[in-house]
Write a protein of this length. Sequence first.
Length: 252
Amino acid sequence: MIFVLFFLFTTIGSASVMATGDNSPTTTYASNPVIIKVLIYNGYDALPSSVYGIESSLNYANSHNSVPNVKFSYATSSYINSATLSSYDVLIMPGGSSGISYLMNPRIRGADIKKFVSSGKGYVGICAGSYAASYRVAGYYYGWGIAPHVSSKAVCYVGQLPIAMTSNGKNVLNYGGIQTVFHWNGPAMYINGPAFSMAKYANSRTHYMNYEAIVGDTYGSGRVVLSGPHPEVYPTKPEMLARMIMWASKKS
């Protein structure tokens, strides 16, 4: 059974797309699945390949029943503020030109993102979205701090690399062992406080072996996932991204 949802996206400067589907790989499909509403930033400093990959991953998760009794609806917007966020459960900030570009972009209201997450909503940052959300990027700048217990190291490496999933990563993301992912200058992260690791860099190509590749944190009543690598880019991990969103949404 396929459900199609349409949301009227009325804020100036925004455009929306929507996709939904069945979601039950191992259990009986429920007649009333959980709907997680996702807003994806798609402004001038976001990477089109990352935005497209996120959309494709959510389409895949819906059509292949990747997460039991959960389906995802999504929209994109080039403006992120309290008005555009008001109807959504999770904000995704994709890979982009840089974390500092997100921080300096007048169309992205960092204060509104902080209020959104603090109120109990979710945030998923990929690459530039992780830099911008972390407490600080060591030696460069401070981020929004919606992952208050996570700091970042700037990395210069493009290509595929292995990450080692932790026990928390296995529990939350349903991936274990060593996974090959695409990396595009995303952060190597380190934790100071109650944040937790989901995956670590498993070799020295980034020069930060054993630093965190994927982390989870909390801000106020909300949940935050930061990923240095790109699970939405080949070799894609659509279920991994879907479960990041599910955990951040607090609807799991």
